[in-house]
Design a protein around this ligand. Sequence first.
Ligand code: CA
Length: 225
Amino acid sequence: MRKHILLIEDEAAIADTVVYALEREGYSVKWCALGRDGLAAFAEQQPDLLILDVGLPDQSGFDVCRSVRQQSQLPIIFLTARADEIDRVVGFELGADDYVPKPFSPRELVARVRAILRRGQPQPAVPAHGLRHDIARAQISLDGKVLDLTRYEYRLLAVLLAEPERVFSRAQLMDKAWDEPEASFERTVDAHIKSLRAKLRELSPDCDPIRTHRGLGYSFSWDRQ
Ligand code: CA
C-alpha cells in the first residue's frame, strides 16, 4: 500500500523538490505551507509520516509537533535551518524521529523517510534460536548464550541488528559506533566485523548473519546463510 506523507513547509521551492522526490519513490504526499493547515490535514488524513519545518510563519514546528504528539506517535522528521533548532530537536524533548538540516539533498531526505518507515513496520519474526539484543544490559546473546564482545564489536552489531537488511557503508557504521569517527580508519570496521563473525561462529558454526556488500558495506540479515 502507498504510504502517505504529510509535508509542512512554508518555502514553496523546498516543498516542490521534496514532493517531487517522494512521489518519484512511490509515496503520496500532501503539502501544507502553514502549521494550521498542516494540523487540519493531519487530522483528516492520518498520514504515515510527517515532515515538519521548524520555522513556519504562523506557529513553530515545535508547537505543531506538540499538538500532533497529543494524538499520535507517527514518525516525525524535522527540517531545521539553524543550529539552535537542531539542538532542541536533538534534545529529544519533542519526540522527533530524525532531523535534516537545511540545505539538504532530496535524495538524503527520501533515504531517511524510507529507513524510518521500514523501521516502523513489524520486524520479521525472530527465530527462537537467534540473536537477541538486551539493550538495558548492553548484551547480545546468540541461542541464549551471551556473546563476549568488545565495546566496538557490541556497538557495531547493535547498529546492524537495529535495521535488518539495511546496507551500511563503513563510514556510516563508523559514525554510529565510534566515539571519534574521524580519528579512526574505515578498515577498523572490517577488522571488527571479522572478529564479530568469528565470535558468532564460535557459538554457532552456521551463524553468519552479517553480509558483505562489495564496495558498499555491511548489512544484517536474520536469514541464516
Ligand atoms: Ca521555513
